[in-house]
Write a protein that binds this ligand. Structure first.
Ligand code: DHB
Ligand code: FE
Length: 280
């Protein structure tokens, strides 16, 4: 049987990947950020999950506005790091878990979630930067990854509640997988940031802190929050936090918060990071 053993939330700022890739992790601008992930790197190395279902958003790397899937599930055997304009990051090719992904596709579509099934997809910083933060710089990624890309680029984006319910359905899919697998669900993006327009540079520490508190203790408050409130409080790109709601939905009602980190700034972004385990 598949088991969801943990949930992780993390920002996915591209400049963090660039700092890692060019060996700048000890620079005073970056050292506090990498220090905030150190606990998790040790913890995951001991946990050794088999699969990560990695809920993130594509940033016009795999998709253009020609086709905008609301939820795109990576069913392929492998996923190549995307070229985001400076050449692909020099990180290992991501190995998928096609069997679990197709099981999820069956289960979720029969539960009336309309997924786009991706048999080929390049993965951008939304997926590869959190892998680097959590797993370091190995020659091969030590875990298989099922990418699940959520549209937060083109309105209308899914609601926080829809994302949460998707997480609940993912948990049912994993539990009904016939083989023994330890599965983690990660949600990436956020926290508060806005990259363009009049409010570019927006950071809202108070709101971010409340989001982290409620994610642990009162996720229903975040499920019912409107798009407008997410964007007003966390900025246009703060909308990426709905991906964390899928992770939270997959863990069930009772969770334990093992680790939390918050830092301002990284590039234009407030960096947030949590590690949860389910209690039931
Ligand atoms: C930044 C943050 C993001 O989440 C992203 O996708 C792109 C850029 C930034 O702060 O620079
Ligand atoms: Fe982003």
């Amino acid at each position: 049987m598949g088991r969801i053993t943990a949930g992780i939330g993390s920002s996915h700022v591209p400049a963090i990947g660039a700092a890692l890739d060019r060996g700048a992790t000890a620079h005073p601008d970056w050292a506090p950020i990498f220090a905030g992930y150190e606990w998790t790197r040790h913890w995951i190395a001991a946990q050794k999950p088999d699969v990560v279902i990695l809920v993130y958003n594509d940033h016009a790397s795999a998709f253009s506005l020609d086709a905008v899937p609301t939820f795109a599930l990576g069913c392929a055997d492998s996923f190549t790091p995307a070229d985001e304009g400076w050449g692909p990051r020099c990180v290992p090719v991501v190995q998928g878990h096609s069997k679990l992904a197709w099981h999820m596709a069956n289960s979720l579509v029969l539960e009336e979630f309309d997924l786009t099934l991706m048999n080929q997809m390049d993965v951008d910083h939304g997926l590869t930067v959190p892998l680097s933060l959590m797993l370091g710089q190995p020659a091969e990624w030590p875990v298989k990854v099922i990418p699940l890309a959520v549209n937060v680029i083109q309105y209308p984006t899914p609601t926080a509640n829809r994302c949460f319910r998707l997480g609940e359905a993912i948990a049912r899919a994993v539990k009904s997988f016939p083989e023994d697998l330890d599965v983690q669900v990660w949600g990436t993006g956020g926290m508060s940031h806005q990259l363009s327009g009049k409010r570019a540079g927006l950071i809202n520490r108070e709101w971010d802190t409340k989001f982290l508190d409620q994610l642990t203790a009162d996720p229903d408050a975040l499920r019912t929050m409107s798009h407008e409130e997410y964007i007003r409080e966390a900025g246009s790109e703060g909308m990426e936090l709905i991906m964390w709601m899928t992770m939270r939905g997959a863990l069930g009602p009772r969770i334990r918060e093992l680790h939390r980190f918050y830092h301002v700034p990284a590039s234009n972004t407030a960096v947030g990071h949590v590690v949860f385990t389910p209690e039931d």
